[in-house]
Design a binder for this molecule. Sequence first.
Ligand code: MG
Length: 173
Amino acid sequence: MHPSTLPDLRVGHGYDLHRLEAAPPAGNGRPFVLAGVRFDHPVGPVGHSDGDAVYHAVVDALLGALGLPDIGQAFPDTDPTWDGQDSAYFMERAREAVAARGYAVVNLDVTVICERPKLSPAKADMIANIARVLGVSKDRVNLKGKTHEKVDAVGEGRAVEVHVVALLARVAV
Ligand code: MG
């Protein structure tokens, strides 16, 4: 039974992790960017694109809610096109996919886990960036920063991890 009165809501979960390394030649880290905000930090994400783990996890939450292939399948890291790509581009493609299928973002809940840098001074800018790129109001985006209590790779400052839950609602037939 699938009653027609059932609200057409879709939930999606996105997850991403990037290893953090010093900039070349000491390591392969890129500048540390999260949700489009550049942090002054001695290590940064290793990644084929710009390594923005927040944008990547948001994209996967949206694609997951739509039942579409994930970011790694849509934009493979074997494709030189995406080398150093600003991840806002992937967000814009996900935004288009949501709209094309007749959905809108109800809300996003983002959890960023990293030992350093402190996210709180940048939180408002991070939320504003996500909201702007997705074309939603800021009150539909929540972002929390947590540490990993100094244990494991994230807690030792060797990785950044992001979880995102996204809720979509159908707005067009
Ligand atoms: Mg990624």
